[in-house]
Design a protein around this ligand. Structure first.
Ligand code: ZN
Length: 116
């Protein structure tokens, strides 16, 4: 069984690592402003809303699959520099539900847009 590159916590996606090298590429961070604060047992408790954010090293690769379809996988900026068929295959097989028996034929393009 392949180890997932997605970590769940409290029932939601909490962290996403690069499926090729395991570098963290998405993480939960506190939203800009706290939702509320209240006194509990004499202590001020500040409630924050957490959001899953893409880190600056987040990239996506769109790969052509052997059945003519496409698959998009998240990867890190370092792995995006010199993508090989072996690397994109490593990313593809770690997403067995979406990929199934399909395999990448070549790396198509990498999205360098930093997502919020
Ligand atoms: Zn990587």
């Amino acid at each position: 069984m392949t180890k997932s590159y997605i970590t769940y916590k409290y029932g939601v996606i909490w962290q996403v690592d690069c499926p090729i090298c395991s570098t963290m590429i998405r993480s939960m961070i506190a939203d800009d402003k706290p939702l509320a604060s209240e006194k509990i047992n004499g202590k001020t408790v500040i409630r924050e809303r957490m959001v899953l954010s893409c880190l600056p090293n987040y990239r996506e690769v769109r790969m052509a699959m052997n059945d003519g379809s496409f698959h998009v996988a998240p990867i890190c900026a370092s792995c995006a520099v010199d993508l090989t068929l072996e690397k994109v295959n490593t990313a593809a097989v770690k997403d067995p539900k979406a990929v199934g028996d399909r395999r990448p034929t070549l790396a198509m393009d990498v999205d360098f847009t930093i997502k919020e």
